[in-house]
Write a protein that binds this ligand. Sequence first.
Ligand SMILES: [Zn+2]
Length: 398
Amino acid sequence: MTTATDTVATPTTTALVHISSLVTNDPSLGEGPLGLIQDAAVVIDGDRIAWVGETSKAPATDNRVDAAGRAAIPGFVDSHSHLVFAGDRTEEFNARMSGRAYSAGGIRTTVAATRAASNNVLNANVARYVVEALHQGTTTLEIKSGYGLTSEDEARALSIAAAHTDEVTFLGAHIVAPEFADDPAAYVDLVTGPMLDMCAPHARWVDVFCERGAFDGDQARAVLTAGKERGLIPRVHANQLSYGPGVQLAVELGAASADHCTHLTDADVDALAQGDTVATLLPGAEFSTRSTYPDARRLLDAGATVALSPDCNPGSSFTSSMPFCIALAVRDMGMTPDEAVWAATAGGARALRRDDVGRIAPGARADLALLDAPSHVHLAYRPGVPLVSAVWRAGTLV
Ligand SMILES: [Zn+2]
C-alpha cells in the first residue's frame, strides 16, 4: 500500500562547510552587526536554512559541499528595478557621456518601444535580466511597471513581472503618459481610477515618481492614497533630481521605502531616521548620469535604515549588479564595506518588508552567494571583479 509519505520526496540536507567568513546578518549568531562567523557551516534543508554555526560543530547531513575557504553572504535583495521594457537607449547614453545634446524623449522612448513589443519579447527581456542579476548574487528582485502608461499596458507589464517575482510594483505614475501631456490632472484621474482597478490585483506595491516634471506632492499623495485604499503598500521615487516633498510624503503615508534620497534637507533626514521608511539609495543612477551621489553617511549617522539597489532600467542605470553598487557606496557615499553589504541584503529585505530573506539563519529561505574571496569586504575592495562564484536560491544551486 502506498502511503502519503511514500509519495512525498524527502528533502535532502546539504551542509556547506569551511566557509572562511559567513555574513549571517543575525547578531545573535556571530560577531558584530553582520553576525560574522569564521570557518562557518550552513545546513540547507529543502528550501530553508536549517542550521548555522562553526564547521567543527555542523550536524550530519546527506550532502556536504566544501566552500574551500570562500566567503558567503545572504543572497542580495534588490528592492528597485524597472525590467519590463523593450528597446534600449544606447544613443542617449552615448550622447550624454560625449557631452552632446540629445533631444529624444528619455522615458517616452522606452514607453513607445514597450507598448509596441509582444508579450513574448517583454517576458524574455525580464527573464534575461533576472538571470543576469541572479548570477551576480541577487536572489530577491522587485520589478516595477511604468513603461506602459495605459491601463492595458500597465496591467500587462505587471502580469509579466508577476511571472518572475512576488514583489511587483504598480508604477503607472512614472511620468505623465504622452497622450495626457496637456492635461496631467486627467492622467492622475486615470491612474487612481480605471488603471488602478486593472492593476491592483497584479501588484503588492504602488509607487510614484515624485519630482519636478513628473508628479508633484499633491499628485503623488493622490496616487499613493488610492493605491493604499486598494491594499497596495506605498514606495516612492523621492528627492532624486531635486529637493521636494517625496521623502516627507513617503514617511507620512507609511511607505516601505523612499528611493533615491539624493537631495535631502535636515528635516528629510530626521523624518527618515524617526520613521519606518527605509532610505533606498540607487548609486547606479548617479554613476550613469555623472550626478552627485546620495550621502549615505549622513543618513546612517542620523539613524536611518539604508538599502542599496542597482535601479536597473534602460535609461538612467542599466546595470543589474549589486556588487557594483556596493563598491560605489563604499567609494563615494561614505559607507563602510560592512554597512554596504548589510544594505544590499538585510536593508533590501527591510525595504520589501521581508524577514525570510536577507539573512542566513535557521528558518530563513536558503538564499546565499559564495564569493571567490576570503571575506565580504572584497566586494568593495575588488571592484568590477566577478567574485560571486555560486548562488543558491531557495535551496537550489543555480
Ligand atoms: Zn526607479
